[in-house]
Design a protein around this ligand. Structure first.
Ligand code: SF4
Length: 435
């Protein structure tokens, strides 16, 4: 069968972020905001991990698979789309065109289709709810793909999955600059889901249990990425990479013993790191760690089931990593329902005080399928999914207007990056890189 993996893409989109719902980067209209947008769009290009896995499974089963970016494959027998929030309108137009211009069957996968299947029923044949790979692992003949919404059998053992096939992408263009210094970059998953319960989190919108791969298989995949694809940097796409300390230590030891020379990165929580673990990660090649700081408004975080780490520990971890040469990328959320102008300003000031290498400030967004969405759905005034990109307010707050919030977001990003503390760190790192 001829299978098309459809990717509706606009420069600057990151459809794998935000648990697979996607994000963009749209800071504002000022000159400095525009500069930041250009830098980000130039530096990052990400694939969809799901498409890497599906390409591998489908090719192994003898199908002819292509990735079609903003293009309809006229001779496709099956079109698969990971539906996103951020390109919802454009994707709908594509689905309608595929229906009217081709004979292809249409199958949707991913968290948005899983959590809001009713939004798509009229224009697709199959919706896979849950792990996207489940049905394709079991089916030899794609003609037998059931119609309607099908519950994916869970991929209990992640090592049952083949390694993602990046050959369908222009993989040499994958990059995560300036998070990584080296290119090309690749992406890998050591675990799926997260046992924490932050109720706004897109990673747990589809309720799945935490699963982790065997260290040996992860190492084997890293070796394949290096040898076969020539990658020099690899970002782990686990929601909380260092959840299992013993696993991280074992993985780092295995990497050290191998001949791999990769720049590595991951995302985790500050309270899942300590100095000894960081030392081991550094020795294995970790040079970037993304951490969700979220907000200094701890009461608001707790109200949404986020258990924040002790401030002292968080600051110690950030400063320790930075002093070792591990770049911290800190994530902040502005506009939690309990936020006020004062708490938002305090979070912005705290980002300067923490002074990580990089930071992002997103607007709190109710992601369909999350408990948070249900909590605030009566306050939602904007139902256009394209705007659910973390850069547009979509629900009413008690203490901040949408205009204020958008202005604070632009101020947060601009003041963070056009600041002496940031520029000093950035220049030092650039000089260190050249020497
Ligand atoms: S710890 Fe991170 S990944 Fe886990 S639920 Fe909270 S925000 Fe989501």
């Amino acid at each position: 069968m001829r299978v098309s993996l459809l990717d509706v893409y606009v420069a600057g989109d990151n459809r794998d972020y935000n648990g697979g719902y996607g994000t963009t980067f749209s800071v504002g209209s000022s000159f400095r905001a525009r500069l930041l947008e250009v830098a980000r769009k130039k530096g990052e290009y990400f694939p969809l991990l799901t498409y890497g896995y599906l390409a591998a499974i489908l090719k192994e089963n003898g199908h002819d698979v292509t990735l079609d970016i903003n293009r309809i494959r006229a001779d496709a027998d099956l079109v698969i789309l990971q539906a996103s929030l951020i390109r919802h309108n454009e994707e709908f137009q594509y689905l309608k065109r595929i229906r009217s211009e081709t004979n292809a069957r249409i199958c949707l996968v991913g968290p948005l289709a899983s959590t809001t299947p009713d939004a798509f029923r009229t224009c697709v044949d199959t919706i896979v709810s849950g792990d996207p790979e489940g049905p394709f692992l079991q089916l030899r003949r794609l003609e037998d793909l059931p119609l309607g919404v099908i519950a994916s059998s869970r991929v209990d053992d992640l090592d049952d999955l083949p390694f993602p096939d990046w050959g369908v992408y222009e993989y040499k263009t994958f990059s995560q600059s300036p998070i990584f210094k080296r290119k090309p970059t690749a992406f890998i998953q050591g675990s799926r889901s997260c046992p924490y319960l932050c109720n706004y989190c897109p990673y747990i919108a589809i309720k799945k249990s935490y699963r982790i791969r065997r260290v040996g298989k992860v190492l084997e995949e890293l070796k394949q990425l290096s040898a076969h694809y020539g990658v020099r940097a690899v970002m782990f796409r686990d929601p909380v990479f260092s959840l299992n300390r013993k696993w991280v230590i074992e993985l780092c030891e295995s990497i050290k013993k191998s001949s791999l020379d990769l720049e590595l990165g991951c995302e985790t929580r500050a309270d899942r790191l300590d100095e000894e673990l960081i030392d081991r990660m550094y020795e294995a090649g970790f040079r970037a760690i993304k951490i969700g700081i979220e907000s200094t408004n701890y009461d608001a975080l707790r109200a949404h089931k986020r258990s924040p780490p002790a401030i002292g520990h968080q600051e110690k971890i950030v400063s320790y990593c930075e002093s070792k040469g591990i770049r911290i990328v800190a994530f902040f959320i502005l506009g939690l329902p309990e936020d006020t102008p004062a708490t938002v300003r305090q979070t912005i000031r705290y980002s300067h005080h923490l002074n990580p290498s990089l930071a992002n400030f997103t607007i709190c967004t109710p992601i369909p399928g999350t408990e948070f969405y249900e909590e605030v759905k009566d306050r939602i005034f904007n139902h256009n999914y394209n705007d659910y990109d973390n850069f547009n307010p979509v629900f009413h707050l008690d203490h901040l207007t949408s205009e204020q919030l958008k202005k604070y977001q632009e101020e947060a990003l601009v003041s963070f990056y056009f600041r002496f503390g940031f520029l000093k760190k950035y220049l030092r790192s650039a000089i260190w890189q050249r020497s």
